[in-house]
Structure formats: structure tokens, C-alpha cells
Ligand binder design. Sequence first.
Ligand SMILES: *Cc1c(COP(=O)(O)O)cnc(C)c1O
Length: 224
Amino acid sequence: MTHIKNNLSHVQQQIQLACNKANRDHHSVNLLAVSKTKPCVAIEEAYLAGQRAFGENYLQESVEKIAQLAHLSEASWHFIGPIQSNKTKLIAENFSWVHTIDRAKIAIRLNEHRSDQDTPLNVCLQVNISSEDSKSGVSKDEVLALAQIINDCKNLTLRGLMAIPEKQAPQSTYEEMNALCDLLKAHYPSVDTLSMGMSNDLEVAIKSGATIVRIGSAIFGARA
Ligand SMILES: *Cc1c(COP(=O)(O)O)cnc(C)c1O
């Protein structure tokens, strides 16, 4: 089972290479290991190899795994799937990050369900940058209005933007996201995150300013 450790170091090398090409410090890019559908043993193995941030999409499955992995005390859990409003309580209680806020109602409900005793939930707003019907996310011109609502929620910290550009998207799409993130930064000092880039577009995403790349199958193997 040492393949996960090897895969992780391979992905870290890819990140480093992309950072070198882009003249960026590799510490400025964080790897989110997407562990959806993968068993706890696989996550434990990645943790033992030094991985700390894990991304999950399916709520029921992830809540069970998070409970079983409570002993991984430094693990941080990022919710990266579409959000139904009746699921916001479980998300607010179990995760430290949410990448996929796409409407005010979700932000308000996450804020209500996040305990005042907890640190604020770190959130990114999802942008449907390629305007695909199949993808969630706000359009570019809705970003500032939704950001304002999130910023007013005291149990949420607005960290930035998330996008899944369409397959074969040109570099300009990635640059657009970067510019949008810079605009948001100028309004809100808490913004420091651009969650963008998966296995097949990691290099262009890093070239265009991504600070979190989300990689699943290249670490844990193909999903069934
Ligand atoms: C599944 C998923 C990933 C990882 O995809 P892989 O193809 O397994 O690398 C990244 N981001 C999101 C939003 C996902 O749902």
C-alpha cells in the first residue's frame, strides 16, 4: 500500500515543477488531497506520509469518515461538493473549509449552524467561470454581491474563490479567475485563496495564481 505515499510525492514534485516554471515559491501552493469514495485506511496512509488537507464531496460518507478519523488530530476537512440547503448543519459542524458556496441562502445557513465556540468556517465562493449549465457557481458579475453577504457572516471567513474551468479551457479563463481573486482581495483583506486546478490542469492553474490544487485519483487511484 505504499503507492499512496509514492503518488503523493510524485504530485508534490509536479507542483514544485509548475511553481518553478511560474517563478513561484512552492510553499504558496497547497495540495488538497481529494479522498471522496476512498476508505479511511487510504486517508490514514496519506496522513502518515505528511498530507493534512483532505477534500470530500459526499456528505454522509464524509461525516462517517471524519468521525472514524478523529485521531488524525491535524487533519483539516474541506467540503468541495455541491451543497443542498438541508445539509448545511452537518457541513458547518464537521468541516473547517467549504469551497462551493454559490448562493446567499447557503452562506446564511452555514453561518447559523457554525457554533460561536468554533473558529469561523473558511469559505470560498464557487464561480462558474466557463458558464457551463452542468456546473454550479455564480457568474463573474455576481461575485462581489455574494462576497459582501459572506463577509457580513460572523462565523464565516471569506478566503477566496473556487473554480472548475471546463476541459481544455484556454489560459485566459484561468487568468480571469486570478484577476477576479485580486479584485476580491482589494475589497476584503481576509482573501488569500484561489482553489483551482486538478490533475489535468495543475500546471496552467499554478501559472495563473492558484493557491490550492485539488487532486484525487493521482493520489488515491481511480474511483470505482
Ligand atoms: C473529484 C474532484 C476533484 C479531484 O478530481 P480527480 O480527477 O480525482 O483528481 C477535484 N475537485 C473537485 C471539485 C472534485 O469534485
